[in-house]
Design a binder for this molecule. Structure first.
Ligand code: UT7
Length: 329
């Protein structure tokens, strides 16, 4: 008998963006900033901002439908929905519950996870574990945000950095021959980390149990930047070591899109050529938990990420939380 291992395989992906796109020049009309400053310090050129009737839930549902279409599965086939967000439609019920009903995935159990910009990595790790233990056969993993609704539009240090959007994966549990572990599709290795000591460097100054308000995003950008480069380089090495692989074997890195300079610095620390790094920060800005699946979907649809490729996903954000996941497409 052949030894097998269970893998969570990405069957398809999808994404969604609000209709309205706002350029740096447009922002500079109402905020004391300039296109030149934003591009030079962040690489951001534009962001999508949710309008009336567009919410984290509606964006998530649209991304989920596209991912199911790409995967060739029906809503009934989904057994689990894990939705990462820091900007839920309501405190409860979870946005995942709303999406479950909206897309008609009546066989799925559904819940949200909160790990801010690393949320998609946490959701992916959670879903992967549940698929591997047999709690579901197919899962929708979604990252969806409307950060525009928690920004202080008078704080130029933060309001220029973020955008809204959603991205989704459909995953399926499959048994593959253990001997083919390196070449078989699916999630190969994942590491997640938290360091609550630095919670005050990136946070929202409100919440149901403290102020009873939603609050606004606050960030000490320069300090977050410093931690991001160190933590990401460390977790990428951990995941490569777990997988017994080297950076040279990685075809694509799909990072959280916070700042083009963080992407460049992380790639350099790992000696990864910049052309292997998928960059969408210029067109999406920082969409928190949505940024990794949004960037992944762009690169799949434009033909860069192909079947058989080895892809590293990574993110770092409020908490601090950070993580990375290596998968074979
Ligand atoms: O997604 C979660 C993870 N988040 C991140 O990873 C974000 C990490 N941090 C960053 O990306 C960068 O730190 C920022 C883009 C947020 C800021 O870049 P920086 O090079 O660290 O700039 P700074 O905050 O040190 O500000 C430099 C100057 C300041 O002026 P003074 O004090 O030098 O006179 C700011 O007041 O730039 C000024 N400034 C602006 N000027 C024009 C800050 N924001 C703006 C703005 N437009 N929007």
């Amino acid at each position: 008998m052949t030894d097998t291992i269970r893998r969570a395989i990405v069957l398809g992906c999808g994404s969604a963006l609000p209709a309205r796109c706002v350029t740096n020049a447009e922002l500079a009309e109402t905020v004391d900033t300039s296109d030149a400053w934003i591009v030079e310090r962040t690489g951001i050129r534009q962001r999508h901002i949710a309008g009336d009737g567009e919410t984290t839930g509606t964006l998530a549902a649209e991304a989920a439908r596209k991912a199911m279409a790409a995967a060739g599965v029906e809503p009934d086939d989904i057994g689990l929905i894990v939705l990462a967000t820091a900007t839920p439609d309501q405190t409860f019920p979870s946005t995942a519950s709303w999406v479950q009903h909206e897309i008609g995935a009546k066989n799925a159990f559904a819940f949200d996870v909160a790990a801010v910009c690393s949320g998609f990595l946490y959701a992916l790790g959670t879903a992967e574990s549940m698929l591997k233990t047999g709690m579901a056969k197919r899962a929708l993993v979604i990252g969806a945000e409307t950060f525009s609704r928690i920004l202080d539009w008078d704080d130029r240090g933060t309001c220029v950095l973020f955008g809204d959007g959603a991205g989704a994966f459909v995953l399926e549990a499959r048994d593959v021959a253990a001997a083919d572990a390196a070449s078989a599709p699916g999630v190969i290795a994942t590491r997640l980390h938290t360091d609550g000591e630095h919670g005050s460097l990136l946070y929202v100054d409100g919440g149901p149990s403290t102020t009873g308000t939603v609050g606004k995003l606050r960030m000490k950008g320069r300090e977050v930047f410093r931690h991001a480069v160190v933590n990401l380089a460390h977790v990428l090495r951990e995941v490569l070591d777990d997988a017994g692989m080297t950076g040279a074997e990685v075809d694509w890195v799909v990072p959280h899109q916070a700042n083009a300079r963080i992407l460049d610095a992380t790639a350099k620390k790992l000696s990864l050529p910049p052309e292997k790094v998928i960059k969408t920060v210029d067109i999406h800005a920082n969409t928190s938990a949505a940024s990794v699946p949004l960037a992944y979907d762009v690169a799949v649809r434009d033909g860069r990420i192909k079947s058989g490729d080895l892809v590293m996903l990574e993110a770092m954000g409020g908490g601090f939380t950070w993580g990375a996941s290596l998968l074979r497409v």
